[in-house]
Design a protein around this ligand. Structure first.
Ligand SMILES: [Zn+2]
Length: 164
């Protein structure tokens, strides 16, 4: 897994005991999710360097709101920040590889990307997005309904997005 960005000591100050508990949780969260954030951003932006920049910026922003995020859901807040970051850096262009986010709502397209493109289990995808499993199953179902309603001429474009 590529390691970039600040270390725990840089972020928190090694002598500070009051924030070390939070920092350890932050560092663990970052380590656990970094590769998946990069993989997600790579599919959407089509560029590995951009993807790593997205992940770094996302985790930096998450650190600034970490105490709030901890009280709510670090996964959900992190995912929200990642999606914002990626949206700023991905555009629709003729012939681009990943079409789901141009055709579907962001939640639906995210679930498809994680489960069908990256091959994560429903539980893994749900954990990453900060959602319960049943919500991700629902997103996949509604996505299939929406993609299935597209005219047949578009079917080849969305074949890899549809569940078997
Ligand atoms: Zn597009």
């Amino acid at each position: 897994m590529p390691q970039t960005g600040r270390t725990l000591e840089d972020t928190c100050g090694s002598q500070s005991t009051s924030c070390s508990g939070i920092s350890i949780e932050y560092a663990a969260f970052r380590q656990l999710n970094y590769a998946a954030y990069v993989d997600y951003a790579h599919v959407r932006t089509g560029n590995q360097e951009t993807a790593m920049r997205c992940a770094d910026i996302t985790f930096d922003k998450l650190w600034t709101i970490w105490q709030t995020a901890l009280r709510e859901s670090p996964a959900a807040r992190g995912w929200e920040l990642l999606r914002e970051q990626v949206e700023d850096l991905s555009t629709c262009s003729s012939g681009h590889d990943w079409t789901a986010h141009c055709l579907l709502q962001a939640d639906n397209a995210d679930a498809i990307l994680l489960h069908r493109r990256l091959g994560l289990s429903v539980t893994e995808a749900a954990g990453l997005m900060g959602l319960p499993d049943y919500a991700v199953r629902g997103l996949l179902r509604t996505s299939d309904r929406m993609l299935g309603a597209l005219p047949p001429c578009l079917a080849p474009l969305v074949a890899e997005l549809v569940g078997s």
